[in-house]
Write a protein that binds this ligand. Structure first.
Ligand code: ADP
Ligand code: MG
Length: 203
């Protein structure tokens, strides 16, 4: 990606045969996701199927995704199905941006899942941020000890997360028309980090 934000390899399939071909090309296992402007939270609509190990599983998943999407919203326009490289399990973090009416472009950071949804354990900075700001954001969430490594959770490459925060800051400063941005989740590894889901809303 131009802004140095690492993402998984992906391709948009328009039918199940294409999905299976793309999957073979990307390499198994893969993840399939519904692509529709009416389905923003894909998992809520049964729109994400992970860990597909062969062509048959991919073709079945393709049909299942379309079926689930129809059930969820029969009027939803379906652009196709994203075939994506399956990223290894990791600590999931979220990098976000919102345009605050008072402070303008603002960055958000937190850990994924219950940490953001249930505990609202997130932190904000007005953009543009410095490297020091980015490092501070990471240490100031309550769940920070998890990123340092705790019991079954391995330590993560916080430098890689700092880079993503800095690059996201650059991106939203260059494109003031971005109203909302969500990298959710970013998989944080022992070495490196990778975005598996991104959403940008323009004004
Ligand atoms: P949404 O947020 O719209 O429900 P996501 O693309 O974030 O959809 O997928 C839901 C969850 O599935 C993610 O939080 C992540 O845990 C898992 N997931 C999605 N894509 C991948 C991938 N490429 N590799 C591994 N896990 C993934
Ligand atoms: Mg997501």
């Amino acid at each position: 990606m131009e802004y140095g934000i690492p993402v998984t390899v992906f391709k948009l399939a328009k039918n199940e045969k294409e999905a299976a071909e793309f999957a073979e090309h990307i390499g198994f296992p893969v993840v399939l996701k519904i692509v529709s402007p009416q389905i923003i939270h894909k998992s809520d609509a049964g729109g994400v199927i992970t860990n597909l190990k062969n062509k048959n599983e991919v073709q079945d998943a393709y049909c299942k995704l379309l079926e689930n999407a129809k059930k969820y919203n029969s009027a939803a326009r379906i652009y196709g199905v994203l075939v994506q490289e399956m990223a290894p399990q990791a600590t999931e973090v979220i990098v976000g941006a919102i345009k605050d009416p008072q402070f303008e472009q603002t960055l958000m950071f937190g850990l994924g899942g219950i940490f953001v949804e249930l505990l609202k354990d997130v932190t904000f900075r007005v953009a543009p941020i410095t490297r020091e700001d980015a490092a501070e954001m990471i240490t100031e969430v309550k769940a920070y000890p998890l990123l340092k490594g705790y019991r079954n959770t391995p330590p993560t490459d916080t430098k890689a997360i700092v880079e993503i925060l800095l690059n996201t800051s650059k991106l939203i400063m260059d494109y003031p028309e971005i109203k909302e941005l969500d990298l959710n989740p970013v998989m944080a590894y022992k070495k490196g980090a990778k975005t598996v889901d991104a959403r940008i809303i323009l004004e």
